[in-house]
Design a protein around this ligand. Sequence first.
Ligand code: NAD
Length: 325
Amino acid sequence: MSYAGLPSAKLSPEFSAGGCASHPPKILDGKTLSRTVGRTVAAEAAVVTKKVGRAPGLAVILVGENPASKTYVASKHRFAKECGLVTFDTHLPASTTKEELAAVIQGYNNNDLVDGILLQLPLPAPLDGAEFVRMIAPEKDADGLHPMNQGLLLQGAPAPRPCTPLGVMTMLDLAMSNVTLSDTTTLADLPAASLAGKKAVVIGRSQLVGKPMGFLLLERNATVTFAHSKTPDLPAVCREADVLVAAVGVPRLVTKNFVKPGAIVLDVGINRLPDGKLCGDVDYEDVAPVSSAITPVPGGVGPMTVAMLISNTLQNFKRKHGLTA
Ligand code: NAD
């Protein structure tokens, strides 16, 4: 189904962005915002497909039968197709050898129809994800996790940025804007938020989320603090934040005593509870009333990660062909 054919996006309750704790918080609905990204990518993809004579291509490699990975891969394919991209699918058994996986990656590196390569992580043991991410041609990296692209992020140079932090930044743009999402909104309607004079705290320092998150916030001129498992008095450090990002993997670690009234709270965590339900790193019920904007889990950052992967593939295609639109 094309984006033009999507049903009306469900609107999040709209409140005063960046307001104070006495107002209800703005709920940052990642599903609706991911549709906005999709609509933007679909429109751009249609233009560049006409110019170049082929659509941007995304290759997705899945190794093994991890049920969560299978679900993620299916949603990535679906989203890419809805945006008018061509997708390539390789599903390998868990018994795949290093040489076999390397050959698949090399094949996509050499395939002119492929602009983005996604290797779904984690890989089944003994395969090491980092080793294979390094084999992806940096200019075809869809996830923004290749060491070359992480270095370019530090330099502030153009390169695919890691999808999850990129999705969080778009949610922050929404949080700090007065835009009400509708089924015609595109990213052009959402100004990049300036964080000059704002303090941001990122809990977590992983390669995947925490570190790149901090550098994206720094690019917007935030004063950034990285907090982590060895940080003393974590609640006090977090209470300094105008923008608080939790990327920890500890269910409901962040309670209201971590949050400055009126802060924007962005929850990257996806944790499965013993009863099978998902929850974030933020205790949503406790924190929402003191925040000015907050992401739910599920339905917050998760859908944005998928959307930014597809956006990265389009950007790779445009860079390859020297296109601005
Ligand atoms: P990770 O385990 O690699 O890193 C976790 C970080 O949290 C570490 O840097 C560690 O220092 C810090 N930490 C751990 N315990 C802590 C504590 N008690 N106090 C303070 N800091 C602590 O995890 P990750 O890959 O960065 O993922 C973090 C969370 O985000 C997980 O729940 C993961 O499932 C989720 N995630 C979600 C998405 C998405 O699309 N929404 C994408 C990637 C990861």
